[in-house]
Design a protein around this ligand. Structure first.
Ligand code: AHG
Ligand code: MN
Ligand code: MN
Length: 336
């Protein structure tokens, strides 16, 4: 990589010029999302000094108690994005239904979906959290905008990314031409390109799963983890390490940085739910990033990006990361 400092703006302009990956409205959208993430990052940094920690007294559509930062981050993203003319509507993990751009603003052709604050249980304990986003195009010929317009498979995404608020604030992005990472330079107030062509090694010795759910897992997941735990003496012939941050953004960021496998599989606690994580706000954008970095993402049987969503807040089982490991877990499911 060149030693020149390349800002997010410059990166996007050059991508637009070189191969037309980024139409100007999409570039505007991505810049606005980045600006919103900067503002969320400021709020996260202030913590107690900004009075942003702790629970709100409301529940979201998923039946989860909301934290103050869930609501703040959601508002920041909406306010930043509604007036620019690049969007038709937004959908969020924290809102029951879609948010159509109000009539007083021009309507664009893009749809933005987000998990405004991922890793809510980590907010108050000062552990990495993040924002995840996904961009779709409104289907051609559809008049107005409805929830139906959002129900597109992840393979249709035109951009996806996340911003992790950790020791550094890092924005990670794909527009379908590999994965790039940008670190927030707080003095300059801008995101600077710090990694391009991110590649996930196909093999790994590190797995991420909430082990406390072990007794509820299905046989293929249990088999895979048992084999990892058996280490050198077991069928895998090597020792594995385990990490679980409990913020998907942080776990995926580690995997994009040094490989690994992340699993939040279906389990027997709520057998009628396909999984805990949300297809449209979490699984789809993360799966595309992982695939763009040479990894794989399935729900145990099928590629996540091929799933046709039935509803906005649909949940899904998630297995993603280093290709050979994901293929192994998926093969165990197919055998079983
Ligand atoms: P959110 O904070 O947006 O509800 O998402 C939390 C998700 C995900 O980030 C994480 O991987 C998982 O929930 C953590 O689950 P456990 O509480 O089972 O560890
Ligand atoms: Mn989340
Ligand atoms: Mn969330």
């Amino acid at each position: 990589m060149s030693t020149k400092r390349i800002s997010l703006t410059r990166y996007l302009v050059e991508q637009q010029r070189v191969d037309g990956h980024i139409p100007s409205q999409l570039r505007l959208l991505l810049e606005v999302v980045a600006r919103a993430c900067k503002s969320i990052s400021q709020a996260v940094n202030k913590g107690d000094l900004g009075g942003v920690l702790g629970a709100a007294s409301t529940e979201n559509v998923q039946g989860e108690m909301q934290k103050q930062l869930d609501i703040i981050a959601n508002e920041v993203l909406i306010e930043a994005n509604e007036w620019g003319g690049h969007l038709a509507a937004m959908a969020s993990e924290e809102m029951d239904s879609i948010y159509v751009v109000p009539n007083r603003y021009p309507q664009g052709e893009y749809l933005l979906l987000f998990d405004p604050l991922d890793g809510s249980s980590n907010i108050d304990v000062n552990v990495s959290i993040g924002t995840i986003f996904s961009v779709l195009k409104k289907p051609e010929g559809s008049v107005g905008v409805s929830e139906q317009d959002f129900l597109q498979a992840g393979a249709q995404q035109v951009a996806a990314g996340y911003c992790v608020y950790g020791p550094q604030t890092t924005l990670v992005l794909t527009v379908g031409d590999g994965v790039a990472m940008f670190t927030l330079d707080r003095e300059q107030g801008s995101f600077v390109l710090t990694k391009e062509n991110v590649e996930i090694p196909p093999d790994t010795k590190e797995f991420a799963i909430n082990m406390s759910n072990m007794r509820h897992w299905d046989a293929p997941v249990k088999r895979y983890v048992d084999e990892c735990l058996a280490g050198k003496e077991g069928p895998r012939g090597k020792d594995f390490n385990m990490r679980w941050v409990a913020s998907m953004v942080a776990d995926v960021h580690r995997i994009l940085t040094r490989g690994g496998i992340f699993m939040y599989p279906w389990d027997k606690r709520e057998p009628n739910k396909p999984g805990k994580l949300r297809l449209m706000y979490e699984a789809n954008p993360m799966s595309w990033l992982v695939e763009q970095a040479g990894g794989a993402a399935t729900n145990g049987k099928d590629r996540i990006l091929d799933i046709a969503p039935g509803k906005l807040h649909e949940r899904v089982s998630v297995i993603l990361g280093s290709k050979n490991e994901v293929e192994r877990v998926t093969a165990y499911h197919r055998e079983g």
